[in-house]
Write a protein that binds this ligand. Structure first.
Ligand SMILES: *[C@@H]1O[C@H](CO)[C@@H](O)[C@H](O)[C@H]1NC(C)=O
Ligand SMILES: *[C@@H]1O[C@H](CO)[C@@H](O)[C@H](O)[C@H]1NC(C)=O
Ligand SMILES: *[C@@H]1O[C@H](CO)[C@@H](O)[C@H](O)[C@H]1NC(C)=O
Ligand SMILES: *[C@@H]1O[C@H](CO)[C@@H](O)[C@H](O)[C@H]1NC(C)=O
Length: 510
């Protein structure tokens, strides 16, 4: 039985491969060739490059050999890697009609139901409705309302770092999760909040595994989605669906809580609260609540993980580069002094700290290959043919690590962003996606990262561990976070700790 299954599978693979090869060898279209790519293996083409560790580095190297457009093919799929900001802006922005949808993920999207989230939903009317909700909730005017909350969490983070500095990664994770929960659902720091944060982390792990290229065969052989329900990947998909959208699901529980609080008249202000107050009249209440649930879940999920990863990269950079740290602290001392913690409004007066923030985002981009798009129509660009249904990956790593004679991209040099003779693209223009699918939370994200960074710099010195170097290794996955590493975080001699405690106390009692 097993043997025949294997035979059937093998013949299918060979068939898919032959069709792919045949297509590749016939004239692409109108005489335009497909973009070039590295030679591939007989069965799987060169698509396995996707599943490599640090694939973004490999793709950036391909740039030298093949140029800004690199095509990977195999198992019936075509994946176009973009290696320049110009190509990303041209396709995703100027040709948005052709490139604003997402590829279909059989496991994550169809079987697990993630095709209903704003992040992964195909472009269309429903997506635009969700997107509008997210935009309203995260407009610059709305985002201002969260400044106080962000400053509270930054003060609490400092007290946690005073108590157990070695657990800095946990503290940063809790701060990011706590802030995102408070902003989206208005749920304050409490055991309840902690349980939501833990649920959120489980969901994020599930998500990362679900879209890991090459993990699930059904993503390459879509007919496998009809496999019986006892098959392992079907069981996993069911589990994921339950975890996310079920009655006790990660997205459902906090939404229900806000609804109860609204009925009782006790709901604190939050993004979900504001949204639920003004339902549109063109859809049913239950459909509208479903949309709010999707948008809120995406904001919470996307915000927590990326903030955590960025802050860890920042701490790593500070431990490695004492000189940059001292420069940023000198700026904070001069502008803010040491009788209060930084506030978000200080940001405009702190150019070096801002450059440091940008450099952190550039040095270790949290989503180095971006999120994939899918072309809906045949297209031509740069002398190449891009067939319909090509998956397009913006390899933003190539922008971050663009060769520069004056400032080595491998080095951590905030100065590059202050040098007017250099035209280094600001990460805000590439780190948050492009065109119609650009992350609507980018203003919020920058505020949060700024306030956590500036508060840590104001109160602490960060050193490498006593017994050696810092492991610079990163997780593979959608969000590229540093693997656990050690460093020493100690209060600065000049820091007024009584003041920090008092500021944190104030946020606890609110
Ligand atoms: C492919 O296109 C080129 C250039 O347009 C043309 O010279 C050639 O004959 C075509 N080959 C086939 C197999 O159609
Ligand atoms: C698009 O490509 C994917 C695999 O890359 C395939 O599963 C799907 O059927 C294709 N869709 C169309 C409309 O050709
Ligand atoms: C998600 O996938 C399921 C299963 O294929 C499909 O029925 C549903 O229409 C898809 N939803 C969207 C929004 O594409
Ligand atoms: C996609 O691009 C092609 C070529 O540029 C164009 O003819 C077509 O209209 C575009 N499709 C959409 C949906 O805009």
């Amino acid at each position: 039985m097993l043997f025949t299954d294997a035979l059937v599978l093998l013949s299918l693979l060979i068939m898919v491969f032959c069709i792919a090869r045949y297509r590749q060898h016939t004239n692409a279209s109108k005489g335009f060739p497909l973009p070039p790519g590295p030679p591939g293996n007989i069965i799987s083409g060169n698509i396995r490059a996707l599943a490599q560790d640090e694939a973004h580095r490999t793709f950036a190297r391909y740039r030298k050999e093949y140029g800004d457009l690199v095509m990977l093919q195999g198992l019936g799929s075509k994946i176009l890697v973009l290696n320049s900001l110009e190509a990303m802006n041209e396709l995703f922005d100027k040709r948005a009609n052709n490139y604003s949808t997402r590829p279909n993920f059989v496991f994550a999207g169809e079987l697990m139901g993630l095709n209903q989230t704003v992040t992964m939903m195909p472009y269309g009317q429903e997506w635009r409705a969700l997107r509008k909700l997210a935009h309203t909730a995260l407009s610059p005017a709305q985002v201002k309302k969260y400044h106080g909350m962000e400053e509270d969490v930054a003060a609490l983070l400092c007290t946690h770092l005073l108590e157990s500095p070695e657990r800095f990664s946990d503290h940063v994770r809790t701060s990011a999760g706590s802030l995102m929960i408070a902003i989206t659902y208005g749920i304050p720091a409490s055991p309840m909040q902690t349980s939501y944060i833990i649920d959120g982390e489980r969901a994020a792990d599930f998500f990362t595994r679900a879209i890991d290229p090459g993990r699930y065969l059904c993503d390459f052989l879509p007919f496998l989605k009809y496999a019986p329900s006892w098959v392992s990947f079907q069981r996993q998909a069911r589990e994921g669906r339950e975890l996310l959208f079920g009655v006790r699901g990660v997205r459902r529980r906090p939404l229900e809580q806000v609804k109860h609080e609204m009925e009782a008249g006790t709901a604190p202000p939050s993004l979900v609260h504001t949204a639920l107050l003004s339902p549109p009249n063109d859809v049913s209440i239950s459909q509208f609540e479903w949309r709010v649930m999707m948008v809120a879940g995406d904001i919470f999920g996307a915000g927590s993980d990326t903030t955590h990863a960025t802050l860890l990269a920042f701490i790593m950079a500070m431990a490695l580069h004492r000189d940059k740290q001292l420069k940023a602290q000198a700026e904070i001392d001069a502008i803010i002094g040491n009788s209060r913690l930084p506030i978000i409004q200080d940001r405009v007066d702190l150019p070096y700290v801002n450059a440091l923030l940008k450099e952190t985002m550039r040095w270790q981009p949290v989503t180095p290959t971006g999120l994939p798009r899918c072309s809906v129509d045949d297209d031509f660009y740069g002398g190449y043919y891009i067939p319909k249904n090509t998956t397009v990956l913006p390899n933003v790593w190539a922008i971050a690590y663009e060769p520069n004679e004056k400032y080595n991209p491998e080095s951590f040099l905030p100065e590059r962003f202050l040098d007017e003779t250099q035209n280094i693209p600001d990460p805000i223009t590439w780190a948050f996606g492009f065109g119609r699918r650009i992350c609507p939370g980018r203003y919020l994200a920058e505020d949060i990262i700024f306030i956590l960074m500036a508060s840590i710099l104001a109160v602490f010195d960060i050193f490498p561990p006593d017994d050696g170097g810092i492991t610079q290794e990163f997780k593979r996955g959608l969000v590229r976070a540093p693997n656990p590493f050690q460093c020493r975080i100690v209060p600065r001699p000049s820091a007024d700790l009584k003041f920090v405690q008092a500021r944190a106390e104030q946020s606890r009692t609110q």
